[in-house]
Design a protein around this ligand. Sequence first.
Ligand code: EPZ
Length: 417
Amino acid sequence: MKRIIIEKSPPLKGSVRVSGAKNSALPILAATLLSSGTCRLEDVPDLNDVKIISEVLEILGAKVEKIGKEEVEINASDIRAYEAPYELMNKMRASFLVMGPLLARLGRAKIAMPGGCAIGSRPIDLHLKGFKALGAEIIMEEGFVEAKADKLVGNEIYLDFPSVGATQNILMVASLAEGETILQNAAMEPEITDLANYINKMGGDIRGAGTSTIRIKGVNSLNGVNHQIIPDRIEAGTYMVGAAITKGDIMIENVLSNHIKPVIAKLNEIGAEVLEYENSIRVIGDRELKGVDIKTLPYPGFPTDMQSQFMTLLSVANGKSTVEETVFENRFMHVDELIKMGANIVTNDRKAIINGVNGLKGAKVKATDLRAGASLILAGLIADGVTEISDIYHIDRGYSNIEEKILNLGGKIYRRN
Ligand code: EPZ
């Protein structure tokens, strides 16, 4: 069984270049189905999740060619199938993002119900609400969900929760519908804006992305274009916490600081020194760390994808901290693993109370989701002794070359089969 081994490491020092954002690359790869032209995408992170959605696109009939380590060319002129394979859907629920583009392009899409995952049931009701509002008939049977529409017509849609995936699926399907769609209470994450910018480059007409009200005017067709994926704000935040927790000094290259303001604010509150430059951020962790309170919220609030990494940091800060997880119903699985390493954390439903301890000790732990895996790597870097992480496939889904990047910063981290 593959494992990652981490030994207590010196303060992480040096620079690390952040890759393109996984959570922008996945919807934009799905959006290539909207066009019959050729799309060339740069800064596509080299991740398992990207491999899976590329396989889905190929099975649907698209030609997908990896040009370089982080560059992909897609031609979706010959989309034959409207059904995504169960076995790939089961591997990665974000494959559900092909439903909107398929419905828009072919008037039909049949996708295996995306499973829940460790962090929550991950329903798709808001995605389906959007498809229905635009005129699609929804059929749910035998574990599949099918959407059919002879014609898609723009409409007003209110999202009961600012779901990132539902916003993305609705943006994509509405971009080829007839007339105008107004999406209220839309997600405002930078990855939404990146997708809207990409569709507009293709010839779409989307206004207001990045705010809670997005207007999409349908067009007849969209062209293949080139696009550079925005930097991964969560990967950047993870290395920023790495500098703070190891009392190191890291220059994080290829990061847009306005995408990560809540993380910068909380690191400053905790006591790390954060210096912002045009496309990079330097974090120096040479001061005492103190406990703070964190509440995860949809963007522009504190990102849920940074919650577990901060939980590790707060477990060795001075004093008491609280963490409230409001986005997912079950995103505290890393707590039991951190407790095995000596952390003092008590949880009650979506709230955790952390009392800082002087240090952690290495242990055998397991990754329960990709961000939880990252939080255990951070813990292993400062824990006495050796930490062994299993189920590391979670980590490979969201962090490209994580060992190499941490080794280059002076961390002691190795992969073992
Ligand atoms: C995206 O997931 C990200 N994944 C997640 O990142 C991220 O944590 C999440 O957005 C929130 O920022 C990708 O972009 C591939 P949601 P998504 O729909 O779109 C409820 C990571 O670590 N909901 O905004 O699935 C849902 O139950 C991953 O990189 C409904 O109720 O998130 C959840 O409680 C983890 N009905 C909340 O909304 C729906 O139809 C947020 O989900 C859809 C969602």
